[in-house]
Design a protein around this ligand. Structure first.
Ligand code: MTE
Length: 327
């Protein structure tokens, strides 16, 4: 983020390729159909409304999620921006580095170790994780602490599904996410931009919240490497850096663990990192945001919403807490 010299805002040119435009069209169609339909199965779409697959990444479709708040009606960010403008420091600190350098990441075989305060610790291979629960599509706003945001059609299921299987003990109060560190595959590790591995964590109840997503795909396909393949977290009411990519370990612990950004700059990054327009970053305001792919460099910014707009769903998790103190 802004640990290294601020190189200013570099805005990518939003050049939406045809299959994605068709996809966006299908989304509008689905949303239109759903507006009148009862909650439940996704209606079958006419054949001509199906998007043409680019054929590069395997399809990973998800049914419509019934989780409250899981599908914002905001316009989705073009695929080229979602996959071309990324933060993934293991592949470099420039927004275009992950797309350029993550291609070499080997995402199979892949194992996620479940450790700590759980009744059923052990290793889960990717195939078992993919089968653990039905895939859902969730259209989430992602607000980066740097002041930009995107709207991403993720595919995955609630982290709670996995948590129920491994059965946290009564001592488990926090969940830590440890991501891959492999110098042979990740050129960004050579730089001391952060302490590796990249680690993040949530309070147990935050991790159990149905909106907290274990994502395996986006835009109806498996995750591109630069977006955190083969699996990453998405906690949509928190700043994007809480959503660790390429997770290899999930550890259940009693004490609040330190996260990578807290360790790097404790005066600027706290544990909670809930999106909050009223709590500024020490070096810039968090009141507004720039929606990637939608607006030009001089376009008006949009106001940032408390909890990124997910207050009705998650506000009660923080009842009575001073959000200025626990930022
Ligand atoms: N996960 C790892 N392992 N390494 C990172 O550098 N960056 C975070 C988060 N997860 C990061 C990470 C930040 S700052 C953001 S904003 C989001 O990933 C970006 O996700 P996206 O590239 O899919 O938009």
């Amino acid at each position: 983020m802004h640990l290294l010299k601020d190189r200013g805002f570099v805005h990518p040119i939003a050049s939406e390729i045809t299959p994605r435009a068709v996809y966006a069209q299908r989304r509008r169609l689905v949303q239109g159909l759903m507006a009148g339909a009862a909650l439940g199965a996704l209606p079958t779409l006419p054949a001509q409304a199906q998007p043409a697959r680019p054929g590069k990444l395997a399809a990973l479709p998800g049914g419509r999620s019934a989780v409250a708040g899981a599908s914002t009606m905001d316009k989705v960010t073009p695929y080229t921006d979602v996959t071309g403008y990324n933060n993934f420091y293991e592949f470099g600190t420039d927004k275009s580095d992950p797309a350029r350098n993550a291609g070499r990441l080997k995402t199979r075989p892949w194992t996620v170790a479940i450790e700590g305060e759980v009744k059923k610790p052990g290793n889960w291979d990717l195939e078992s994780l993919l089968k653990l629960s039905p895939m859902e599509e969730r259209i989430y706003r992602l607000r980066c602490v740097e002041g930009w945001s995107m709207v991403v059609p993720w595919v995955g299921y609630s982290l709670a599904e996995l948590m129920r299987r491994v059965e946290p003990t009564g001592n488990a109060k926090f969940v830590q996410f440890v991501t891959l560190t492999d110098k042979a595959q990740m050129p960004g590790l050579a730089s001391a931009s952060l302490e590796w591995p990249y680690v993040e964590a949530l309070r147990l109840d935050e991790a159990m919240h149905p909106l907290t997503l274990l994502a395996f795909g986006l835009y109806g396909e498996v995750l591109p490497n630069q977006n955190g393949a083969p699996l990453r977290l998405v906690a949509p009411w928190k700043y994007g850096f809480k959503s660790g990519k390429s997770i290899v370990k999930i550890r259940f612990v009693e004490k609040q663990p330190k996260t990578s950004w807290e360790t790097a700059i404790p005066s600027e990054y706290g544990f909670y990192s809930n999106v909050n327009p009223k709590v500024d970053h020490p070096r810039w305001s968090q009141a507004t945001e720039r929606r990637i792919g939608e607006d030009g460099l001089f376009a008006k910014k949009r106001p940032t919403l408390v909890f990124n707009g997910y207050e009705p769903q998650v506000g009660q998790l923080y009842a009575g807490m001073d959000l200025k103190k626990f930022y």
